[in-house]
Design a binder for this molecule. Structure first.
Ligand SMILES: Cc1cc2nc3c(=O)[nH]c(=O)nc-3n(C[C@H](O)[C@H](O)[C@H](O)COP(=O)(O)OP(=O)(O)OC[C@H]3O[C@@H](n4cnc5c(N)ncnc54)[C@H](O)[C@@H]3O)c2cc1C
Length: 278
């Protein structure tokens, strides 16, 4: 596999479910590709879980992942939310988790949830394996940190040792459309009831890669989670992003939506911390 990818270089493309590749080919954007490399027989379709991690094989389809019982855990709630809001089912039955990430598009849903959960990507190539935080894996539109000959084998999601919860929210024109803005939040809480860690990630056309809003996250640290704290953090999140205007929405509208869906994500994530389930 690696030698084929190496041999063809830029002229090779791995095919997962093909749902993104098919669209690119239809628009004539893959005329430079000579080899489609099928990885479906590498036994990379599996979901493993323990107290410390969730490991998702690269070829696992979105539908297969959505049936994993682990997604009922409060800390992983954002993944289940993102999969519920990814449509249609025909796409979910074919699309793979690695394909969803390696498309390198900032408005897909699952990557936003995985980023909020601090996931990493495991990549295999000529020099063996390397592990890359998902946050560093996205380089720009259609661009991820894969070197010649490399491919993704697995996505690792760490689990919190403290009580934790996460949630994902999306706003789109229709149920089947891509997000105008989507967002995910993950919180963990210490025994004194204060927020120990917070991650908030926003997607949609808010930049060439999904955006982590660290100033908003800092407003939550050490605080007792409450409506007012969530409101302040979501307002800060909206200030931190520089959205685009496109056919779906104006930049100004995206900022307003960002505030609303970040606040909803935080509230839902915290309600899951308390319920301990999704
Ligand atoms: C009609 C339609 C509706 C959609 N709606 C939504 C939606 O509501 N929400 C949403 O988030 N997304 C949506 N999508 C996008 C969908 O999520 C992606 O098309 C899909 O996740 C891509 O996965 P795939 O396995 O089909 O990728 P492929 O098309 O097979 O590949 C995509 C890219 O990833 C690369 N790749 C694949 N696997 C690997 C690997 N293991 N290692 C390295 N590179 C790899 C390929 O070379 C290619 O560059 C929609 C798509 C369609 C067609």
């Amino acid at each position: 596999m690696v030698s084929i990818l190496h041999k063809f270089g830029e002229k090779a493309k791995i095919i997962g479910g093909g749902t993104d590749i098919y669209g690119l080919a239809n628009r004539g954007l893959l005329s430079h590709v000579d080899a489609l490399v099928d990885i479906s027989r590498l036994a990379l379709s599996n979901v493993k879980t323990s107290d410390r991690y969730l490991r998702i094989g690269a070829s696992t389809t979105l539908s297969e992942l959505s049936t994993s019982p682990s997604l009922k855990e409060a800390s992983l709630g954002a993944i289940g939310d993102a999969l519920t809001q990814t449509r249609p089912i025909q796409v979910k039955n074919a699309a793979t988790v690695a394909g969803c990430i390696c498309s390198g598009l900032p408005f897909f849903d699952l990557p936003i949830a995985l980023l909020a959960l601090d996931a990493s990507v495991r990549v295999y190539g000529r020099n063996g394996y390397r592990k890359i935080p998902l946050e560093k894996f996205f380089l720009g539109y259609f661009s991820v940190d894969l070197k010649r000959g490399e491919f993704v084998t697995e996505i690792d999601v760490p689990k919190h040792s403290l009580p934790a919860g996460s949630a994902f929210q999306k706003f789109a024109i229709t149920g089947d459309d891509w997000a105008i803005v989507n967002a995910a939040a993950s919180l963990s809480v210490s025994s004194n009831g204060r927020c120990k860690s917070a991650r908030i990630v926003i997607g949609g056309a808010v930049g060439p890669t999904p955006v982590r809003v660290t100033r908003a996250e800092k407003l939550l640290l050490g605080e007792t989670p409450a409506t007012e704290t969530f409101r302040k953090a979501s307002e800060e999140a909206a200030r931190e992003i520089q959205p685009d205007t496109d056919i779906r929405a104006s930049a100004e509208y995206r900022k307003k939506l960002c505030k609303v869906i970040v606040e909803r994500s935080l509230k839902q994530a915290y309600s899951r911390v308390k319920m301990r389930t999704r």
